[in-house]
Design a protein around this ligand. Structure first.
Ligand SMILES: Cc1cc2nc3c(=O)[nH]c(=O)nc-3n(C[C@H](O)[C@H](O)[C@H](O)COP(=O)(O)OP(=O)(O)OC[C@H]3O[C@@H](n4cnc5c(N)ncnc54)[C@H](O)[C@@H]3O)c2cc1C
Length: 483
């Protein structure tokens, strides 16, 4: 940065409305929200303190801010719903401004004829979803963070929802967007049904983690909503391996239930607990939706395949319980009670999501379950569940709880478990060490191995889009000095 912090604040104060520039200490300490909540509960702030939070209200304001930051070498972290993990929002240098666009919250158009909706980047997904459902439609996008995440962040993290196996993830829904590049140039990708005019430029922004440009407007597909034709069913299976096989067979046969979930006992007992499992058993459930005939046929096939492989049908009450409570975590997301619990119990709970082919997933799952407890002191449990299924494989969402007596050691211990899981995943040919939360600053060290020889392309793209390296430094690609 070629100016002092005082000059930066003075300039921003004259360029923007005075109350747009926030320097209040508690807001700065919480700039990365849920990240490092355990450490913060103990008064430890592992991140750098940003200079300020700048609240913007229009594309023009985003452009003016970025142009100024680019000229003066000010690091900038784009922010919308502030619900991400993996240190995506965590400032790692002191000359950082958090550029918050949650006030850009207008739904610009819902086009029922052409089945798409256009929103500013700060529209909460839930707001759009509620409007659509009242009219018999849905975004089909339902991450657990539905009540808090906003459109810009959902694209920038390559997010995925709980009904993804039917509707797809955000990359299947994104039609068009507007973004501001670091030099202030505004680019728009037009909405056409399909385009073969070279590489798909939407991909530059999907999963870009705020490192390439600032997304200001998003157009997504919408779908007809059929809540009355939901089919659902829960099954207990002898073990996780059987569960993986059932999912594989359903997908390989061409069926697309919207929800596909498989829990091991550790994860299930902590997060669910409404059904009793014997040691080693696993619980799985499915939802099928869509036009009535399709939902029913999909449900019947799921049931047939599950029973054939030894699944014991246990009805749908447990599924309904999940449908009602699936996003409860968001109610407690910024809760002071959670902080108090961290202080008293000195335990933290976190997750790491990965993916792999049907061939490799069993070994990855077993290696993590066997090896992580040996490597991590204070581990209370590590469990896992599948929540997204594909033709070629599945994800696993590893969940774990750790007792950390000395909060100063929290960052190192959390990083050690993330590293341990990523090592197990990357040891397998088809293992992907980031399924949907983004690389952030916690997993970026694995980017060269995750991408292999194509990592050089990603670095070149970063240099091309953001030559001065101001956009969320330390995500997506390692900072240059670490390459
Ligand atoms: C309880 C809980 C449950 C969750 N469940 C899921 C889930 O089911 N599926 C899932 O995919 N994720 C989930 N997440 C993670 C998170 O909600 C998603 O990553 C979400 O997409 C982030 O959106 P956001 O608006 O909060 O983005 P933010 O947290 O504000 O930002 C996320 C990233 O995107 C960048 N960014 C934000 N806005 C812009 C913009 N306008 N232009 C460019 N870059 C931008 C930021 O710099 C940052 O790197 C969950 C999180 C929580 C707390």
């Amino acid at each position: 940065m070629d100016i002092s912090k005082e000059k930066l604040l003075e300039d921003l104060g004259s360029m923007f409305a005075p109350d747009s520039v926030v320097t209040e200490v508690t807001a700065l300490e919480d700039h990365d929200s849920d990240n490092n909540k355990y450490a913060k509960a103990h008064g430890i702030y592992p991140s750098s303190m940003p200079v300020c939070i700048l609240n913007v209200e229009s594309t023009e304001e985003v452009a003016a801010a970025l142009k100024y930051f680019n000229e003066h070498g000010v690091s900038v972290i784009p922010r919308t719903g502030a619900s991400s993990y993996e240190w995506l929002l965590t400032a790692t240098d002191e000359n950082t401004v958090i550029l918050d666009a949650s006030a850009m919250n207008r739904i610009l158009r819902v086009d029922y004829e052409n089945m798409c909706a256009t929103c500013q980047c700060g529209v909460p997904l839930n707001t759009l979803e509620e409007i659509l459902q009242k009219n018999g439609f849905t975004t089909g996008h339902s991450p657990q963070s539905l009540p808090v995440a906003q459109m810009g962040g959902l694209v920038a993290t390559r997010s995925i929802g709980q009904f993804s196996t039917y509707y797809g993830a955000i990359e299947d829904m994104l039609c068009a967007l507007e973004a501001v590049m670091p030099d202030g140039n505004v680019v728009r990708i037009r909405n056409v049904p399909r385009r073969a005019a070279g590489p798909d430029l939407r991909s530059l922004f999907l999963g870009s983690e705020g490192a390439l440009g600032f997304i200001t407007e998003v157009t997504v597909k919408i779908f007809k909503y059929y809540p009355d034709s939901f089919w659902r069913g829960g099954y207990i299976v002898p073990d996780m391996k059987t569960g993986f096989k059932i999912i594989r067979d359903i997908m390989a046969a061409g069926y697309r239930p919207s929800v596909v979930r498989l829990y091991d006992k550790d994860d299930f007992d902590y997060n669910f607990g409404v059904v009793s499992l014997e040691e080693g058993e696993a619980y799985m459930f499915f939802v099928a939706e869509g036009p009535p005939g399709i939902a029913q046929a999909t449900g019947e096939a799921v049931d047939r395949i599950s029973r054939k492989e030894g699944g014991r049908y246990i009805g749908y009450e447990s599924v309904d319980h999940w449908l009602v409570h699936r996003n409860d975590l968001c109610d407690r997301f910024k809760d002071t009670e959670v902080l108090e619990k961290h202080r008293q119990l000195k335990v933290f709970y976190a997750t790491t999501e990965i993916s792999a082919s049907y061939t490799d997933i069993v070994e990855i799952y077993e290696n993590v379950k066997n090896n992580i407890p040996r490597k991590i002191d204070g581990l209370v449990f590590v469990g896992g569940h599948v929540s997204h299924a594909y033709q070629t494989g599945v994800n696993i969402y590893f969940v774990y709880m750790i007792k950390v007596e000395d909060p100063e050691k929290y960052v190192g211990i959390h990083q050690a478990i993330i590293d341990g899981i990523c090592e197990e995943v990357l040891a397998m040919e088809t293992g992907g060490c980031v399924h949907h939360h983004g690389m952030g600053k916690q997993r970026v060290k694995f980017a060269p191995r995750e991408h292999g020889s194509s990592y050089s392309l990603l670095r070149d793209i970063k240099k091309m889009a953001d030559p001065n390296g101001i956009m969320n430094p330390g995500v997506l690609v390692q900072r240059p000095e670490k390459d």
